[in-house]
Ligand binder design. Sequence first.
Ligand SMILES: Nc1ncnc2c1ncn2[C@@H]1O[C@H](COP(=O)(O)OP(=O)(O)OP(=O)(O)O)[C@@H](O)[C@H]1O
Ligand SMILES: O=C(O)C1=C[C@@H](O)[C@@H](O)[C@H](O)C1
Ligand SMILES: [Mg+2]
Length: 193
Amino acid sequence: MTRSDGGGRQGRAKALANRLDGRPVVLVGMMGAGKTTVGRRLANRLGRQFIDSDEEIERAAQMTIPEIFEQRGESEFRAGEMRVIARLLKEKDIVLATGGGAFVNLDTRALVKAEAVSVWLKADLDVLFERVSRRSNRPLLKTADPRGTLEKLIADRYPIYQEADVTVFSRDVPQDNVAADVIGALLDHLKTR
Ligand SMILES: Nc1ncnc2c1ncn2[C@@H]1O[C@H](COP(=O)(O)OP(=O)(O)OP(=O)(O)O)[C@@H](O)[C@H]1O
Ligand SMILES: O=C(O)C1=C[C@@H](O)[C@@H](O)[C@H](O)C1
Ligand SMILES: [Mg+2]
């Protein structure tokens, strides 16, 4: 990276941090889209705290997400997820990565829209499937045909994720580049408001 690239990126991050004025940035999208990994880099650039709602839920429940699904069921998980996100959105200056289903829940979505600026990290089926196949910690994909299940979730959820304030493609390029794209998209969005 050249010196001027670095200066430009830093300048954009600073401009965005000012423009956001404390408002949380919330990343939404499918499992494997890169919300956690890109979110950490984004927070770093903006000088903000990074929080992952899945990790907060596990901490609050003292259980892993697969255990919560197994022992309490998905609807209880969703209710807990909304409570945790409502609590986290009271914080200023955060980047919050949400679980893949959080924004799909009507109440959680309304909360995010009211309190934060939202970013949909979008990726196609092949990219997502390759990424989620690296780990087996996604209870919703424990089916006979995980690829088919992912495809169905994409069909159901993409029209909803589209309601986020901005959409950024989470391609197989370095995660820092995706974070830079998020900064660019948010600056454009906030300029036109
Ligand atoms: N731009 C990228 N290029 C290559 N690999 C990536 C990229 N972004 C994310 N990944 C990889 O994809 C996997 C999933 O990423 P990550 O855990 O950030 O997704 P997530 O959206 O937080 O998923 P979940 O909703 O399940 O928490 C990780 O192994 C991560 O390193
Ligand atoms: O897409 C989903 O519904 C989920 C994604 C994960 O982040 C976890 O929140 C959980 O496994 C459910
Ligand atoms: Mg994650």
